[in-house]
Design a protein around this ligand. Structure first.
Ligand SMILES: O=CCCC(=O)O
Length: 492
């Protein structure tokens, strides 16, 4: 199957429907559909099949049927499929990026960056597939041997978010397939089309039928609870909010399912008195505005040393005012619409709360007239620590600024959150910045960098930001079980 063009995907992708099970496209069991919207116009793009509980069972059946064959497939062959998927994804960058813009709204340049990022997960895990080690050694006390082998965990189920419809899918699919596991994927209802394109792309890359099953739906709880109650599903990976993650963890406990959770963040962005302020402003734009701020590791609250606060605020406010908002495919646009109207309302309410508590607006960019789901790039100053925006994930293009005077006070404020996903720090003194980094309760730190995500590095959080890591060497570990065999073979 060739990757369908964007027009095909948008208008009428697959004659039989959009549920992808056992290598075939079909309608939902009861023929139900749900609408997908273009955030730039808030108008529906088209109806998509809404998988139900019966489809969820059929997908587990299909996955389970392929599990033994894929597990026995030589790692080199699994790697080749992933290498081909990487090449195909790169070849189809424009089609996939336009599809992401259409259903997610982000600016085209962000969408192109996402396709590159997503493709790199295929390349990285193609390289990891052939390096799954086992070991054979002597028991320290003598008398017998240790055989320690790694094998795939089994059928895996994923729930992915709308903010990176391609990269959050490939970050889970690639290591699972590399390790030898079949996959069930439920994409976010706002952005199912990109996941369908990825299914088509993996088929084209030679992935045998049944190894990737994609179930778009607007009845997620029904589909996901079928998976979490089915003893054949041995791994569950979720990216989304901490509130939903908590509920899913409780459900996964019933069958003691192995879980990975990539949950919410509340990233501090710290500018020390010895920072290169221009570099800090560039980093702040990257950390705040990538994907329109709809990113779990986006800088959420800014702590700027009081001695550089005036200079940083002036330069950052100028950069935020220069942001051009508009439909993601328009030339020169750097900020697309938010995902939907609810998201815009939630960002607005955080801004209103901060202003109500004494914060001032230092910059507000423009937005196009009309019905699209836009929120302007905004900088707030003098934001008190108890403002909701300092304590909740804003998930939009708003930067609240506060100042600090002393390192201990800074670290205490930065750590005063249940989240611990990412942090950013700018200082010319790397030893000092490293010292502060090590004091931060944070799974990841960008040190003099506003962009930190890399498929070859472990992504994940501490505290209520999640469990486990994705990407890096750790990413494939999440899909492997360890078996120890005590071998009665005397040591020589
Ligand atoms: O929003 C969550 C994922 C962000 C990333 O992978 O850089």
């Amino acid at each position: 199957m060739n990757l369908p063009g964007i027009e095909t995907l948008v208008k009428a992708p697959f004659a039989e429907g959009d549920v992808f099970i056992a290598g075939r496209w079909c309608a939902a069991e009861d023929g139900r559909t749900f609408p997908v919207h273009d955030p730039a116009t808030a108008e529906p793009i088209r109806e998509v099949s809404a998988a139900g509980p019966g489809d969820a069972v059929a997908a587990v059946d299909a996955a389970q049927e392929t599990a033994a064959g894929w597990r026995a497939t030589p790692p080199r062959r699994r790697s080749e499929v992933l290498h081909t998927a990487f090449a195909l994804m790169r070849e189809h960058t424009d089609t996939l990026a336009r599809l992401i813009v259409l259903e997610n709204g982000k600016a085209y340049r962000d969408a192109v960056a996402e396709v590159g990022y997503a493709a790199e997960f295929f390349r990285w895990f193609a390289e990891e597939a052939v390096r799954i080690g086992s070991s054979f050694g002597d028991a320290p006390g003598g008398g017998f041997r240790h055989v320690v082998r790694r094998h795939p965990v089994g059928v895996t189920a994923f729930v992915t978010p709308w903010n990176f419809p391609a990269a959050m899918a490939t970050r889970k699919i690639a290591p699972a397939l590399a390790a030898g596991c079949p996959v069930l994927l439920k994409p976010a209802p706002d952005t199912p089309l990109t996941a369908l394109a990825i299914a088509a792309l993996l088929s084209e890359a030679g992935l045998p039928d049944g190894l990737l099953n994609v179930l778009p739906t607007d009845r997620a709880p029904e589909v996901v609870s079928v998976w979490l109650r089915d003893e054949r599903v041995r791994k569950f990976s979720f990216t989304g909010s901490t509130a939903t993650g908590r509920k899913l963890l409780a459900q996964a406990a019933a069958n003691v399912v192995n879980v990975t959770m990539e949950l919410g963040g509340n990233a501090p962005f710290i500018v020390c008195e010895d920072a290169d302020v221009d570099a800090a402003v560039r980093g702040a734009m990257d950390a705040k505005m990538r994907g329109g701020g709809e990113v779990c590791i986006a800088a959420n609250r800014f702590y700027v040393h009081q001695s550089v606060a005036a200079e940083f605020t002036e330069k950052f406010a100028a950069a935020m005012t220069a942001v051009r908002a508009g439909a993601g495919l328009e030339e020169g646009v750097t900020l697309g619409p938010m995902i939907n109207r609810t998201a815009v309302e939630s960002i607005r309410s955080l801004v209103d709360d901060a202003v109500g508590r004494g914060a001032k607006v230092a910059a507000r960019g423009g937005v196009p007239e009309g019905p699209g789901c836009y929120h302007p790039a905004t900088v707030l100053v003098d934001v008190p620590d108890d403002a909701r925006i300092m304590n909740e994930e804003v998930f939009g293009p708003v930067a609240p600024l506060a100042t600090f005077a002393d390192e201990d006070e800074l670290v205490a404020r930065a750590n005063a959150t249940v989240h611990g996903l990412a942090s950013y720090i700018y200082s010319r003194d790397v030893a000092r910045a490293l010292r502060i980094s090590e004091r931060l309760e944070s799974g990841m730190v960008g040190l003099n960098r506003g962009l930190l995500s890399d498929p070859a590095a472990p992504f994940g959080g501490v505290k209520q930001s999640g469990l486990g890591r994705e990407g890096g060497r750790e990413g494939i570990e999440a899909f492997l079980e360890t078996q120890y065999i005590a071998l009665d073979w005397p040591t020589g």
